[in-house]
Design a protein around this ligand. Structure first.
Ligand SMILES: N[C@@H](CCC(=O)N[C@@H](CS)C(=O)NCC(=O)O)C(=O)O
Length: 323
């Protein structure tokens, strides 16, 4: 794994020395928005109107951030309108690659390029930063619209509605205040909290992250006793943002990232809730446990130097959720 410095690849692992052993996620660099008519969105520049076949989504099936985008593409009926290419689960010295295997990685189906970094360089030959997924690519302007999943899901939520006829709203006006209240804690302590626990290189950094993580899971377990979904009576983006971490929890984070005070299946409400979300039509097809388990254990040499892939418990995501 590494990063690009002015268009040149430099192979290095996350540097936690300057941050007291803490993992700090860097901010995404491409922040434009696809909108209904191409008007500028909340950040970046305009000129990216919704159109069928124009945009392409690069993902890793292993990655929880990319997974959000895949779920929104599916639920919002965009699967015929926005193509997808998935990287290979192994992220080693070259970062994400388009090597192919027989379990879902079919290469860069748009450009036939060998590495994910080539997509970034194609957008900007002098680009600097980490080469992350997801990436939303514009085939017309030959550039990256966005590499920030929180914003890609907002675009998918509304920009294409006139083309698809799908009016489901996962960020509805009346629940926005509650969604905006819940998202930051779920992001910081849960979505990113598992990474902060797993990538910590000091005991203090780990203790701080893992305590905040399980405190937040207890908080969510409590919330689900008061209301059916995180923000109220309907499934919103807050639920999908949490789901992609929950679905990886017992398979990866519990062991590999040392998030082992409890398992997901030990939380009665959260576990039933996670199964309900998994069973929403279309969602199970976005979950690729082979890539999830393989990616983390094989790619993070500093955590698992012998690259042994664990046997893992058999967890039945299809059992009735009873909610
Ligand atoms: N802010 C980004 C974060 C995406 C991200 O960090 N993705 C990880 C995979 S789970 C990645 O590609 N990491 C590669 C790296 O950090 O070099 C988003 O939410 O879209």
């Amino acid at each position: 794994m590494g990063q690009l410095i002015e268009g040149v690849w430099k192979d290095d692992w996350y540097d936690t020395e300057k941050t007291g052993g803490k993992f700090v996620r860097s901010t995404a660099g491409f922040r434009n928005w696809v909108t209904r008519d191409g008007a500028p969105g909340p950040s970046g520049e305009g000129g990216f109107p919704a159109a069928p076949g124009r945009y392409h989504l690069y993902v890793s099936y292993a990655c929880p951030w990319a997974h959000r985008a895949l779920i929104f593409r599916q639920l919002k009926g965009l699967d015929q309108m926005i193509g997808v290419s998935a990287v290979h689960p192994d992220m080693l010295g070259d970062g994400w690659t388009f090597d192919t295997d027989d379990k879902g990685a079919k290469g860069d189906t748009l450009h036939g390029l060998p590495f994910m970094r080539d997509i970034y360089i194609r957008a900007d030959p002098k680009v600097s930063g980490r080469v992350t997924v997801p990436v939303l690519w514009d085939r017309e302007r030959e550039t990256i619209v966005s590499n920030e999943s929180a914003e890609i899901i907002r675009m998918f939520n509304t920009a294409f509605d006139e083309l698809t006829g799908d009016e489901q709203d996962f960020y509805p006006e009346d629940l926005r205040a509650e969604i905006d209240r819940i998202n930051p804690r779920v992001y910081s302590d849960i979505n990113n909290g598992v990474y902060k626990s797993g990538f910590a290189t000091t005991q203090d950094a780990y203790d701080e992250a893992v305590t905040a993580l399980f405190d937040a899971l207890d908080w969510v377990e409590g919330l689900l006793g008061e209301r059916r979904y995180l923000a109220g009576d309907r499934i919103t983006e807050a639920d999908w943002r949490l789901f992609t971490t929950l679905v990886r929890f017992d398979a990866v984070y519990h062991l590999h990232f040392k998030c082992n005070r409890r398992r997901l299946i030990d939380y009665p409400r959260l576990w039933a809730y996670a199964r309900e979300l998994y069973q929403v039509p279309g969602v199970a097809g976005t979950v690729n446990f082979d890539h999830i388990v393989r990616h983390y254990h094989y790619s993070h040499e500093s955590i698992n130097p012998h690259r042994i892939i664990p046997i893992n418990p058999v967890i039945d995501w299809t059992s009735p959720h009873g909610r």
